[in-house]
Design a protein around this ligand. Structure first.
Ligand code: HEM
Length: 397
């Protein structure tokens, strides 16, 4: 085995405005430098190649989540016990609570309702002709769906989105951005703590969490972190996926024509949007023992950024990775993570994405977009505004 000192070290800052706006050249440098690189600024390592990220995510015994998935101690402490920051058996207990609610069977039961909601949202926007694809389309949709499923009271819902955005950003490296995000994460936890079980809609996912605690399946103090995980994970991720889809289809009209004329391409198209513009850029793991990463030895205790977004553009894995191709069908992308922590809500996210794309495909012939405004967040990538005009298909005018 090679020695630890042979892991290449790169003096990169991944969190400047410029890099957060366009991280892909930096990811390419990381991939080209080696299977794992050391980033001295964060006293952490990073993996950017598809094969290594996937293998690392699959090996939870060597790459633990229980010491936190972020880059600063405060967030790693605050998220302790959240599903995303646990290992088995605690992880499995928490994951089981809502597993049946998000199973393929349960998602099929939501299909008609979510498709109806997508139609009701899209039809007036298309009639209107001009809208903001982020605020009016991408945000409006998951907010109502996810918060209804969790069963949150109407009161306070308007703040949830800002909190969810901050809850991701709070896991960045120590610094002003993290300092600004952290109090909002605390506000989110305080708000969720203030909600009594009986204020949650009967039959909702939120109620199921409290019922699991009452039945002794999970500890009472796990309820708020579990609610927080689903609220946080279920919003900006899907929001970014939907607005990125509009942006890519506006810039690649021939790809939109393919989808419009053959809507069976919609699942492949959504996978391609998630691959090329992965909403979650990275989460960390901590090595529990000395681990071999493609010939380089990582010491026990090393914190490693798993760069999903880089893996999804790794030229070792994908042919012409910067080409947006709705026929590629990249079913094995890592935008939902992989392995034990692989996204618990991906069935729901896919249903939301497919329903919106199908509703648009029935009505929109062309998207035209103005300059996108990027939302700067340390963990997730997406837009803040996307002025959009649409040319409707003839029969829907
Ligand atoms: C396009 C939309 C989405 C993307 C890109 C996404 C991405 C991810 C990723 C990358 C992870 C892996 C975390 C890790 O490796 O540590 C994850 C986990 C998770 N996601 Fe999603 N997600 C999306 C939508 C959703 C939705 C709609 C929900 C629920 C309403 C959800 C709930 C969760 C939960 C609870 C976890 C933690 C799972 C665990 O630790 O076992 N996600 N997601």
């Amino acid at each position: 085995m090679t020695s630890i000192s042979e892991i290449p070290s790169l003096d990169l800052d991944l969190f400047t405005d410029d890099v957060l706006t366009d991280p892909f050249p930096v990811y390419e440098r990381i991939r080209n430098a080696g299977p794992v690189v050391y980033l001295p600024r964060y006293q952490s390592y990073a993996m950017g190649r598809y094969a290594d990220v996937r293998a690392g995510l699959a090996d939870w015994e060597s790459f633990s989540s229980a010491r936190g998935i972020g880059l600063n101690d405060l967030a790693n402490e605050a998220t302790q016990g959240m599903i995303i920051a646990t290992d088995p058996p605690e992880h499995d207990r928490l994951r089981d609570v809502l597993a049946s609610r998000l199973s393929p069977k349960a998602i099929r039961q939501l299909k008609a309702d979510i498709e109806r909601r997508a139609d009701e949202l899209v039809a007036p926007l298309v009639r209107q002709g001009a809208f903001d694809a982020v605020n009016d389309l991408a945000r409006a949709f998951p907010i109502s769906i996810v918060l209804d499923l969790i069963g949150l009271p109407q009161n306070g819902r308007d703040k949830v989105l800002g909190w969810a955005d901050a809850a991701f950003s709070a896991s960045g490296p120590p610094g002003p951005r993290t300092d600004a995000a952290f109090p909002l994460l605390e506000d989110q936890l305080a708000y969720l703590s203030s909600i009594e079980r009986d204020q949650l809609t009967p039959g909702s996912m939120g109620r199921a969490i409290y019922d699991a605690a009452a039945a002794g399946q999970i500890r009472q103090e796990s309820c708020v972190p579990l609610m927080s995980a689903y609220v946080t994970a279920g919003l900006d991720t899907t929001i970014n996926a939907i607005s990125n889809a509009v942006w890519y289809f506006a810039n690649n009209p021939e790809q939109w024509d393919l989808v419009r004329h053959d809507p069976t391409l919609i699942p492949s198209a959504l996978n391609e949007v998630l691959r090329i513009e992965s909403p979650v850029q990275f989460f960390c793991r901590v090595a529990t023992c000395e681990v071999d990463v493609d010939g380089l030895t990582l010491a026990a205790g090393s914190r490693v950024m798993m760069l999903y977004a880089s893996a999804n553009r790794d030229e070792r894995k994908w042919e012409n990775p910067t080409r947006f191709d709705v026929r590629r069908n990249p079913v094995d992308h890592l935008a939902f993570g992989y392995g034990m922590h692989g996204c618990a809500g991906q069935g729901l996210a896919r249903l939301e994405g497919h329903s919106i794309l199908a509703a648009l495909a029935r009505r929109v012939e062309r998207f035209e977009v103005g300059a996108p405004v990027r939302r700067i967040n340390q963990l997730i990538r997406g837009l803040d505004a996307l002025p959009t005009t649409v040319r409707p298909v003839a029969e829907t005018v």
